[in-house]
Design a protein. Structure first.
Length: 340
């Protein structure tokens, strides 16, 4: 019988790549989607008709229990979150509820549905993946960051992720559950939300190239990130749940670039000079910035055999080309119109 996976955050970037990957591996894939008429579900269905959808919300414990009872998954991937860092200052409580407490609700749903209690054997149980984030490192104490680097989150989002991370570890230790966290560094693709800097830049470049805009307004150009391709990172999620023992892993490329270098690469991909178009705006700076993030993914390379495949320049060029195609064909990224 096909193995069954339940993915929260199915309508997001990673949900789509993970669903695509697991379907290719022969899984029966179920996605948890919220709302009574979520337009992003139809976008997903256009891309991946074989994904089955179950309604539920990380804010609603009962809905998660019902989803687990209905799907009877072998693996649960908790990707659902308020994931945009600036929004976490504007809606800190909601971020704590969805991104933090949502992890508790999902773990409880699994625990209750598999009859796990303190001291009970937890063999043959549902395996759980938590989408932890390099944002937990925040103001970094060392570079590159490993599984042992201390956390110093710099946003309500980072704090909520740290709660989810420690809780996942705690359920593993308290109940013997197979529950792991992937500490993923920034990963991008043509399906990335338009609010994140890589996609904001690739869309901005495409608009300027097509004569639809004359400038691109950005915040801090000096921040540095370790950017990889989302398609590579979902393979790591799956590998973590196939390992003999449940452990946490850092996933990233080990290479750091600044936002300025991202901008240069993106404009160069469209044969444009970025300095003619980019305007910096103090209003887009954050109350507390994460200045740099750089992964040491050695543990995942050695223990899981995981490797990233797409270099930074290729990733950026791929995103610019995809947005040139999207806009040339009349697509509207703000309307969640379609996914490449
Ligand atoms: P994304 O595109 O922003 O997707 C977020 C998903 O969460 C969407 O499907 C959204 O559904 C869902 N969601 C929001 N509120 C929810 C709620 N109350 N109940 C259930 N689902 C809810 O994020 P992503 O880039 O795919 O990232 C996936 C996960 O990895 C997130 O947890 C993110 O924090 C984490 N992460 C991402 C990165 C990265 O660089 N991409 C790095 C480290 C960690 P709607 O469509 O209904 O809004
Ligand atoms: O693309 P960003 O918004 O991503 P950020 O904040 O690093 O968070 C992403 O990666 C995390 C993993 O480290 C995930 F957990 C999280 O869910 C999300 O996927 O911003 C990247 C950098 C920041 O330093 C920001 O200050 O780009 C800088 N930036 C400069 N101008 C900008 C802009 N960011 C955005 N979104 N918009 C700008 O105009």
């Amino acid at each position: 019988m096909a193995r069954r996976a339940l993915i929260t955050g199915i309508t997001g970037q990673d949900g789509s790549y993970l669903a695509e990957y697991l379907l290719g591996q022969g899984y029966e894939v179920w996605g948890l989607a919220r709302g009574q008429a979520n337009p992003r579900v139809s976008r997903l269905r256009k891309l991946l008709a074989d994904v089955q959808v179950v309604r539920g919300d990380l804010l609603d414990q009962g809905s998660l229990i019902s989803a687990v009872e209905r799907v009877q998954p072998d693996e649960v991937y908790n990707l659902g979150a308020i994931s945009f860092v600036p929004m976490s200052w504007e809606q800190a409580e909601l971020t704590a509820e969805v991104t933090g407490m949502g992890v508790l609700r999902m773990l409880e749903a699994i625990r209750v549905c598999s009859g796990v209690s303190r001291g009970s054997a937890a063999s043959g149980q549902i395996r759980f993946y938590q989408a932890s984030s390099s944002e937990m490192f925040g103001q970094v104490s060392e570079t590159p960051q490993t599984e042992r680097t201390a956390f110093h989150p710099r946003s309500p989002y980072g704090v909520a992720k740290a709660y989810g991370h420690f809780l996942t570890q705690n359920y593993r230790e308290s109940y013997g559950m197979y529950a792991v966290s992937g500490i993923l560094f920034n990963h991008e693709s043509p399906r990335r939300g338009a609010e994140f800097v890589t996609r904001k830049v690739s869309l901005g470049v495409a608009r300027i190239k097509l004569g639809l805009d004359t400038e691109l307004r950005l915040g801090n150009l000096e921040a540095r990130r370790d950017w990889g391709f989302a398609g590579d990172y979902v393979r790591a999620m799956h590998l973590m749940l196939q390992a003999g023992t449940p452990e946490d892993y850092v996933i990233g490329t080990g290479r750091m670039k600044s936002v300025r270098e991202l901008v240069q690469a993106a404009f160069a991909a469209a044969s444009l000079d970025w300095e003619q178009y980019v305007v910096t705006d103090q209003a887009l700076h954050r109350p507390a910035e994460v200045d740099l993030l750089c992964a040491d993914p050695k543990k995942a390379q050695v223990q899981l055999g995981w490797e990233p495949t797409m270099p930074f320049d290729e990733l950026v060029a791929t995103m610019v080309e995809a947005d040139l195609r999207l806009l040339s064909n009349g697509g509207d990224p703000d309307q969640d119109s379609s996914w490449p």
